[in-house]
Design a binder for this molecule. Sequence first.
Ligand code: AG3
Length: 289
Amino acid sequence: MGFNAEDNAFIEWYPRGYGVGFKVKRRLFETQTQYQRLEIYETEGFGKLLVLDGTVQLVEVGEESYHEVLVHPVMLAHPKPSRVLVIGGGDGGTLREVLKHGEVERAVMVEIDEGVVEASYLYLDVAKDLLERLIKKEEPRAELIIGDGVKYLKETGERFDVIIVDSTDPVGPAKLLFSEDFYRDAYEKLNDPGLYITQAGSVYLFTSELIDAYRAMKKVFDRVYYFSFPVIGYASPWSFLVGVKGDVDFRKVDLERAKGLKLYYYDPERHETLFQMPKYVRELLESGE
Ligand code: AG3
């Protein structure tokens, strides 16, 4: 796991010895935050790399392949997403995409680790200006709360149209974010109609976690969708799960509203291409439905 001095590479090792790596020029920053080990590298060809507990969170070049796909499909499937909650996402990339939507009146980002926000603000060119405004409380449409998303969701009196979970993997510390209890709290705090989305790990390497999360979501939401997308820096394809409260067809997005967005990876005109899954994974997901 981690930095390989011989090759000047950072490699993230997944189960069964599958690795995803980048050639790096140097490590720019390293700290143990209250919650995790945080590292930032300068890569050879992909800008800066943010690593938490040895796992790749993003590389600057191509980070849109994750943030656009996590945010815009649900925002464009919802008829009027004016109140949005982001859980995690301390680098600011997810909230940056959320705020591209003019319908958004209030967005709340609940990040457990202040260290991630600070390091992202200081070292990354992902959402620097936005993070600065959030830290100074000068962003009129959005608020940053440093706190535990599980606790926040349980206790908040607010309701949201869209809830986006931009967490670490469905193993280890973020596991609670993939539990039936947590989905129930999310369902309760969604307006009707409401949409919930979470990243759900590598399709090939975290298949059983994906299936467990899908089954748990099926118990709670009125409809559940799965899709995948190749994300730069992760063991792709990467999976995403969408839970619906009420009556929304996530297979359809508002193409008129999409025209106002500047997008690079996610293609709303080809929304249906998101839904491809390897046959055996689709069969596993659908077995026991
Ligand atoms: N959120 C983390 C996705 C999980 C990455 N997992 C991995 N590399 N094993 C990314 C934060 C970006 N806003």
